[in-house]
Design a protein around this ligand. Sequence first.
Ligand SMILES: NC(=O)c1ccc[n+]([C@@H]2O[C@H](COP(=O)([O-])OP(=O)(O)OC[C@H]3O[C@@H](n4cnc5c(N)ncnc54)[C@H](O)[C@@H]3O)[C@@H](O)[C@H]2O)c1
Length: 336
Amino acid sequence: MVRIGIIGAGRIGKVHITSISTRIKDAVIKTVADPYMNEETKRWAKSMGVAHVTKDYKEIIDDPEIDAVLICSSTDTHSPISLEAIRAGKHVFCEKPIDHDVEKIKEVVAALEGTGLKYQVGFNRRFDHNFEAIQQAVAAGKVGKPQVIKITSRDPEPPGIDYVKVSGGMFLDMTIHDFDMACFLAGCDATEVYVQAANLVDPAIGEAGDVDTAVITLQMENGAIAVIDNCRKAVYGYDQRAEVFGSEGMISISNDSQSRAVLSNSEGVTAEKPMYFFLERYMEAYGKEIAAFIDAIENKKETPLNVMDGLRPVLMGLAAKKSYEEHRPVQISEIN
Ligand SMILES: NC(=O)c1ccc[n+]([C@@H]2O[C@H](COP(=O)([O-])OP(=O)(O)OC[C@H]3O[C@@H](n4cnc5c(N)ncnc54)[C@H](O)[C@@H]3O)[C@@H](O)[C@H]2O)c1
């Protein structure tokens, strides 16, 4: 049985608490920490079988009975808490991104060396049934040599401006999942990033110094070209699709919806909208990523994603930022 401490009980912390208490048999949550822990969260955590709640995450770090921590707090805490947890000998599951600063991620890489501890990063989309199917087909050679990878990733609505200001910008906050997906589908790293981006959804996002709409092209190491199109607002819901075109064929996935029902009448033929957002679309995937982390600890296996998988998309995000600012293709080697 793996004993877990969860740091951060916001949106994603609650997702992982729910998964562990409802569907993972080999793990138990001993403590949940959040400085804004209130009575409502406390009651809810108890209802999920959590033994103890606290406002101070150091109680988790200092608890010798806790084997693994899930870092689900705000992004600026990820790398410092990772270092503390590793030094305390705990396995770590860290939400994306590990940090916006490459040097700080490298400190985490160095701290892990020789410890034998597991470190997994929260790129949950790899565990989604659709993305998993497309990746497995490509890896099995079913489309031949990949030539064009297309990823569409649009949110149903933009986050609040306060969030935008601390998010690190769209490329490091949102596109980071798509950068990971491009590498996952291609089976290799990217060497070059080129961005065309704009502020078309909400002028306040532009005033905060960010973009909300982008087309990003990537040169992948294996020769394939990847295209990501992003928008912070799609009026029809969470739009998450991908296609891989290769020398022997093409494979694509469409959105998940609540049902496959299609209504045909005198006004037209209508299907359901895509599921609303990530909590609806990826709940199953969030459960599977934590199950894989627990499995790696219990059965002494490699985690499906490691700290280097956390570094790569940050390098791509920083290259994207530079490409947008300098209006030119940027090599990953310029960042790393
Ligand atoms: N993988 C995904 O799909 C996904 C989805 C959403 C968020 N995230 C990531 O998860 C992180 C949290 O996002 P969220 O949407 O849950 O945010 P949130 O604001 O809802 O929750 C963050 C929580 O962390 C707490 N916190 C801050 N500092 C802390 C500390 N020192 N110790 C303990 N708790 C602390 C806050 O009080 C808050 O309750 C972000 O880094 C975000 O990028 C990942």
